[in-house]
Design a protein around this ligand. Structure first.
Ligand code: SF4
Length: 353
């Protein structure tokens, strides 16, 4: 007779983070655990309104419910492991990815006169491979869960001061859309933070299927990384142009109404001699003609290991003036946190920092 196979106990399942769960998901969880339906609303209130750190702090839940939740769940908040402060007050926070502590991601807090913006990451690294971007050059190391996205917002000391969130940190939001949509739902739903979607901007290189779904399911602002209006030239710096040409992205955007609350903007990082002359400005005007939008010019932050160079301030002003004179609203975006590598395109998530 065969001897029975030795029994190897399976590892206990990792506790499920409550942070990032929508009300719908909390209701499913409560139903599965035999808890009353209203418990889900109470948990959402403790998580997103009172912003507690532990399940034990959810004191209007029955002792039995708290005990069971402690067995299978955790709140899911985990503070930053490092913070660098720029001379201009910008702070760069470093977080560990919850399911892979070897991977780090960054969020940047940008205080201003009347605004306090947090730029969050949605992936560790990025698959898009934009040639000028430090994140893109480090490859892809996994997408963040909604819990990890929201943890950047909920676990920094300035959490309650935030007025705006921009999804412009590490990663491409449309490449992690389920979790980005869940995070924005938590931020905007009445049972969540109850923010207006006008306070949230989600950026993309223009992954068309994801962008279309996002436009249909969210009212948050959208920022498209454009950087060059000529297909062949854009492809040289943004490989995704091959799969999703910018002309097709703009054609999709034209199908939506931008005259209301939701805004579309185009991010245009300026590289000396590559995309900063009148030829580019004229083509940009042609590409975006009639679309209710704005263009943000961004100064490129040059480093010795990149072949790209920064446009001169004069070239940027000329470019801006050309667009404005030809009916496109255009501004030069102030650069923040350059001394701590927190500015656009410089996030690398280095633990050594
Ligand atoms: Fe990814 Fe954005 Fe960097 Fe492109 S610019 S590689 S989309 S993080």
């Amino acid at each position: 007779m065969d001897s029975p196979m030795p029994h190897t106990p399976s590892a206990p399942a990792a506790p499920q983070p409550l942070l990032g769960m929508t009300l719908d998901q909390l209701q499913h969880l409560c139903a599965a655990e035999g808890m009353p339906r209203f418990t889900a609303k109470q948990i959402a209130d403790w998580l997103y309104n009172k912003q507690v750190d532990t399940i034990d702090a959810m004191t209007n839940l029955s002792l039995k419910a708290r005990r069971r939740l402690n067995e299978i769940c955790c709140v899911g908040k985990s503070g930053p492991v490092n913070c660098q402060v720029s001379a201009d007050g910008t702070k760069k926070y470093l977080f560990q990815k919850s399911d892979d502590p070897q991977q780090y991601i960054e969020a940047v807090f940008i205080p201003d006169a009347d605004r306090a913006t947090l730029c969050v990451s949605c992936q560790a690294g990025c698959r898009m491979g934009c040639r000028f971007c430090v994140t893109g050059q480090q490859g892809f190391h996994g997408s963040l869960s909604a819990a990890d996205i929201l943890n950047q917002i909920f676990s920094i000391p300035e959490s309650r001061r935030l007025t705006n969130i921009v999804f412009m940190g590490m990663g491409e939001p449309m490449d992690n859309l389920d979790h980005v949509l869940r995070a924005t739902e938590v931020l905007t739903a009445p049972w969540g933070l109850g923010w207006s979607p006008k306070r949230i901007t989600v950026s993309t290189v223009g992954i068309i299927p994801g962008l279309q779904r996002f436009l249909d399911q969210s009212q948050c602002h959208v920022a498209v990384s454009l950087h060059n209006p000529f297909a062949a030239e854009r492809e040289q710096i943004m490989p995704m142009q091959r799969a999703y040409p910018i002309a097709d992205v703009v054609a999709l955007l034209r199908q939506y109404d931008w005259s209301g609350q939701r805004r579309i903007s185009f991010e245009y990082t300026m590289f000396r001699g590559l995309n900063d002359d009148t030829r580019h400005a004229a083509e940009l005007v042609r590409l975006l003609k009639g679309l209710y939008c704005r263009v943000n010019l961004i100064r490129f932050h040059s480093s010795p290991d990149t072949p790209f160079r920064t446009s001169t301030p004069q070239a940027m002003e000329r470019f801006r003036d050309y667009l404005n004179a030809h009916g496109l609203t255009c501004t030069i975006r102030a650069s923040r946190g350059e001394d701590i590598m927190a500015a656009c395109g410089l996030l690398a998530g280095h633990a050594a920092e």
